[in-house]
Design a protein around this ligand. Structure first.
Ligand code: AHR
Length: 706
């Protein structure tokens, strides 16, 4: 398997140096009057297109421990012993010396899809007869919080009387990580009443202290044999207090953004390194205990950030993604495999016979699988898409709708979008896309389809894909750009000449890279964030063409990431938004409802002299919203003429994100180093003056109607 360093990444990685030229000095000169070029006319009386409700959204991919170890708060790693390395995440106490034997066995397992369990045998009773689970870079435990412990147990020969369960702080490194009892005990319980049959046991542990890196210790009481499986430790405090719910602080950060959509599950993860390892949504629904884990394609992708213990448990599966979308008020946008493994890896293709154009036949019945190498044809992928739409929207009387209802969601999820393929390119994509799209449209004409323009924002492959997709009357084309900060500022006019009719654009993955794509030295610097803010004025000005946009990737664990930059970083207990997060949030919480044209004096273009702007009307609140980026070391007075505005109020609200240091970042210890601040300002007349801070992104909300 080749290591992931796509051509575009390799090109950028070679020979690029830190791209920001830094100007750290605050402006000393007192701002003077606005120049003609700094005079903006917002044509309130010439409104443009409506702003799509989906305009600013989220891109979620299980990269950087975004799911297991992140948003999905299960604390036990490899809870079912089903990973390729069966004891990954587990270690015997003192090397399991107190056990006479231990093994991962497959004899009479819990179920056909959960085939392995841990069997421990002790000839002599000992407090060290057992195993420790390390969690995902430790377990984050909070004082007074409650955790539900559950396990399946089966007693074998002998007289084992119970299982001791101890949650303890990870020991002093010098004492050896496997040393029993070396850490402070945070909670303890004992499971008793064992039988000779598999049975689920549950207990609630209340933590006596806080620990960012705790571990779970399980020891046998007595002598004999004990089988364990599906070991779980799950916080009770989850989003909406759900049993299989999500981490609250991370969901809150998402909800606070007022996102228009949630794209999931990726990203390259959709494709897999080969087709056997592709993301199969059907494997991710139903009883959590029966979901079979799969290797995460990001585990060894970057040699310099290899993460061999990275798997997908699918505890966060498609049902949970739909539920999350609903919780945060976002349109769900599932992205589906188009019969192509990642083209940066094996580029394996599902055979395409051309026989699928009329659509496949009957829906497949729900069944259990286990990622077997199933040699799928394109029909399999198309059928998966049709079944997914039925799962999301179908009635309880339909086979897949019944699955959703059985999981506790009787109402449809009201799915409106699906993506066909992630970041695909070339003729292999287009020839698969066409029958796929036609089959979906034939059965579900109301579903909007997202198609891919490939990994680069320009070039021959991009042009050919865009042209062909437009010929095919594609509804939404997904464009990706990972580039240097200056690219974002220089390309603010990217969409100015795109056609206003027909195909719309989804800026589906973008982020400014402070060093180069794939570089572990990339930072979520203010330079990157303000450059993205500048670029996004161009998205907003073209909201008749661009209807969706999302920064990527979304999440990263500070101790387990593969890719940087990322919008939100976290450890086991804390999380913070980067400056890029605040830029996104300032757009998504101020989306407006109607685009308003903005003109500058002297016919200066958007971005001229490092001043960027866009405007929208918010017809719901009766406000004009102006977004302004001053990418300059000087404070800059601007004059904003609200042409034709009605019912002007007296006081406006400014939200300002600024730093004199283009290298500034946020951290776990300084999460608000670069964060928005609100202030009010006087409006007075239809000609509003405001002084923009040096290196700032400002959103002005001015009471006034169109
Ligand atoms: O966002 C990280 C990766 O970048 C995505 O998985 C992929 O679609 C793109 O190459």
């Amino acid at each position: 398997m080749p290591t992931f360093l796509p051509t575009r990444f390799a090109q950028l990685a070679s020979g690029l140096t830190l791209c920001s030229t830094l100007s750290l000095a605050p402006a000393l000169a007192q701002p003077t009057k606005p120049t003609a070029a700094n005079t903006l006319t917002v044509q309130v009386n010439k409104p443009g297109a409506p702003i799509a409700k989906t305009m600013y959204g989220l891109f979620f991919e299980d990269i950087n421990f975004a799911a297991d170890g992140g948003l999905y708060p299960e604390l036990v790693k490899n809870k079912s012993f089903e990973l390729d390395e069966h004891l990954l995440g587990w270690r015997g106490i003192r090397g399991a010396a107190a056990l006479s034997t231990y093994t991962v066995s497959g004899q009479q397992p819990i179920s056909a899809t959960n085939r392995h369990f841990l069997r421990m045998t002790a000839a002599t009773a000992s407090p060290d007869a057992g195993f420790i689970n390390e969690g995902f870079r430790g377990m984050g435990i909070k004082q007074s919080a409650e955790y539900t412990f559950s396990v399946y147990l089966r007693r074998g020969p002998g007289s084992v009387s119970g299982l001791n369960v101890t949650l303890e702080e990870d020991g002093q490194r010098g004492a050896g990580p496997e040393a029993a009892g070396s850490g402070r005990v945070l909670a303890q319980t004992k499971i008793t009443g064992l039988t000779g049959e598999w049975k689920k046991y549950t207990a609630v542990l209340k933590a006596s202290g806080t620990a960012p890196r705790a571990r779970l210790k399980l020891t046998m009481e007595g002598t004999g044999t004990l089988d364990l499986d599906v070991v779980s430790l799950f916080p009770k405090d989850t989003w909406n207090k759900r049993e299989n719910g999500l981490r609250t602080d991370l969901v809150q950060l998402l909800k606070d953004m007022n996102p228009g959509f949630l794209r999931f599950p990726g990203g390259c993860i959709v494709e897999g390194r080969n087709l056997t390892e592709r993301y199969q949504w059907k494997e991710t629904i139903g009883d959590v205990a029966t979901r079979v884990p799969l290797v995460n394609r990001w585990n060894m992708e970057f040699k310099h950030r290899s993460t061999p213990d990275y798997y997908q448990s699918f505890g966060l599966g498609f049902f949970e993604y739909f539920q999350l979308s609903e919780d945060i008020g976002a349109e769900p946008v599932p992205i589906l495999n188009v019969g192509m493994a990642c083209q940066f890896n094996s580029a394996e293709l599902a055979p395409f016979t051309g026989s699928t154009a009329g659509g496949p036949s009957a829906p497949t019945a729900p069944s259990g699988h286990n990622h077997a190498d199933d040699d799928p044809t394109l029909e399999t992928f198309i059928q998966d898409a049709l079944d997914l739409i039925e799962f999301a929207n179908g009635p309880a009387s339909s086979p897949w709708g019944a699955k959703r209802v059985a999981m506790g969601h009787a109402a449809p999820f009201n799915l409106k979008f699906i993506g066909i393929g992630n970041e695909q390119w070339g003729p292999q994509y287009l020839e698969r896309y066409e029958p796929f799209m036609k089959a979906v449209k034939a059965k579900y004409p109301g579903i909007n389809i997202v198609s891919s323009a490939g990994p680069s924002p320009d070039g021959e492959l991009f042009d050919k894909a865009s042209q062909r997709l437009r010929e095919l009357k594609a509804e939404v084309i997904d464009e990706h750009y990972y580039a240097k900060p200056e690219w974002f500022r220089q390309n603010v006019g990217r969409y100015d000449n795109y056609p206003t009719t027909g195909t719309k654009i989804f800026a589906g993955e973008y982020a400014a890279q402070s060093v180069a794509i794939g570089s572990p030295d990339n930072k979520n610097s203010w330079d990157c964030a303000i450059s993205e803010a500048a670029f996004m004025t161009g998205l907003e000005r073209n909201a008749d063409k661009v209807i969706m946009a999302s920064y990527a990737p979304l999440f990263a664990h500070v101790d387990a990431w593969q890719w940087t930059p990322d919008m939100i970083w976290f450890d086991n207990l804390r999380s913070y938004g980067t400056p890029n997060y605040y830029v996104q949030k300032m757009y998504s919480t101020n989306p407006g409802t109607t685009m308003l044209p903005v003109q500058r004096g002297e016919n200066a273009k958007n971005g001229h002299d490092n001043l960027f702007s866009s405007a929208v009307a918010d017809d719901k609140t009766g406000e004009i919203i102006v977004k302004l980026v001053n990418y300059s070391t000087e404070a800059r007075p601007v004059s904003i003429n609200l042409q034709g505005v009605k019912k002007l109020g007296k006081t406006g609200k400014a939200t300002v994100l600024a730093s004199n240091d283009l290298n500034a970042v946020n951290t776990l210890d300084q999460p608000l180093n670069v964060a928005p601040k609100d202030e009010s300002f006087k409006v007075g007349s239809a000609s509003v003056t405001y002084t923009l801070a040096p290196h700032s992104f400002t959103v002005l909300r001015i009471p006034g109607k169109r």
